[in-house]
Design a protein around this ligand. Structure first.
Ligand SMILES: [Zn+2]
Ligand SMILES: [Zn+2]
Length: 342
């Protein structure tokens, strides 16, 4: 049983909907509310007492599972971000090592929903692992739902062919989880609202990742809280448009100068990489226009780029709150924004 209430929790606070699961006491108070038609003092006290819990329920927790990019790095795994909002657990991209990080957090069994920003290998290379290992020791009897750009269904159907030998063998064992756990349910999406469950809304929007089209960023709204994940993009006006009023903006970044010290990167190659991504100076301009409560870098190119250099370059164009993401950094977006490092 549940009802959507609109309440003012404290003077000056904004009105916002709260989905309340009503227990016995709550049900009685709800009946009083409905019958009497006004909010009694007792009810007010109850609601004020529960307000920290309700407010907590309105937070979004973002965990950066992997903050790296294609080149392997033991500190920065491949791009993948876990988003928890209310009862919803959502994974955005599934790069190298995403399953290890989920397992490390004890969250592997919770993940049934995967959103892809685009089909570059560094963002999808962990999907077979999530799909297969998740079936065996994670979600077990729950299918894996995948939202992604055009081409996603094709990719997943090819994966199903690639793994059919192993799936066939395992299904003969008595202790293998039910076959429905290895089923995938893929939806190809375009810009717009792509998911609405239990008060959590996810909007995909087009970003500009050069010739890689479509490429999406995602905006997650839950109650008063909102988070934008840029995906891979160069400076994007559309991202700025969709990030309006957002609490947390997680943005990719490329530090072209850092490539110059790495072997195997001639200037033309560096220019090509840079042309698909956002420099710290450009990201700073994005942050200055969006004015999020917190800006965080993830998908750091190259993976070896130093945080100090990224911050110094960003400060040329942005003076607001900024963090350079680390693997397993958790950002809790509530009344306050709390950043925890692993
Ligand atoms: Zn990438
Ligand atoms: Zn990419």
């Amino acid at each position: 049983m549940g009802e959507v209430l609109s309440l003012t929790l404290m003077p000056g606070a904004t009105l916002f909907p709260i989905r309340v699961s009503l227990g016995a006491v709550g049900s009685l108070l709800w009946l009083l509310w409905r019958r009497v038609g006004l909010l009694s003092k007792t009810t007010t006290v109850f609601l004020l007492l529960c307000s920290p819990i309700c407010a907590q329920g309105q937070s979004i927790t973002v965990t950066l599972l992997g903050t790296g990019s294609p080149v392997p790095n033991l500190e920065r795994f491949g791009p993948s971000i876990l988003v928890q909002a209310g009862s919803q657990v959502l994974l955005v991209d599934c790069g190298r090592g995403a399953v290890q990080r989920l397992f490390q957090l004890g969250m592997l069994k919770e993940v049934h929903s995967l959103f892809l920003t685009h089909l570059h290998a560094d963002h999808v290379v962990g999907i077979p692992d999530l799909w297969q290992t998740g079936w065996l020791i994670g979600r077990r009897d729950v299918s894996l739902q995948i939202w992604g750009p055009k081409g996603t269904a094709d990719m997943i159907s090819h994966l199903e062919k690639a793994y059919q030998f192993d799936i066939g063998i395992r299904l003969q064992y008595a202790n293998t989880p039910p076959p429905r756990g290895v089923v995938t349910d893929t939806e190809e999406i375009t810009q717009g609202v792509v998911y609405q469950q239990q008060g959590v809304k996810i909007t995909a929007f087009d970003v500009d990742h050069g010739q890689i089209k479509p490429a999406f960023g995602y905006r997650i709204d839950y109650g008063d809280r909102s988070v934008v994940l840029s995906g891979d993009t160069r400076y994007s006006e559309n991202l700025i448009r969709f990030s309006k009023g957002v609490d947390l903006l997680v943005h990719e970044v490329v530090a072209a100068a850092e490539f110059e010290v790495l072997p195997g990167y001639p200037p033309a190659r560096i220019r090509e990489i840079q042309s698909h991504h956002t420099t710290p100076e450009q990201a700073g301009e994005v942050f200055s226009r969006v004015r999020p409560r917190l800006a965080v870098y993830s998908h750091i190119v190259p993976t070896t780029a130093a945080a100090s250099g990224l911050i110094a370059s960003t400060r040329k164009t942005y003076a607001g709150p900024l963090e350079v993401g680390e693997d397993l950094m958790t950002i809790e977006v509530g009344e306050q924004i709390v950043v925890r490092r692993h």
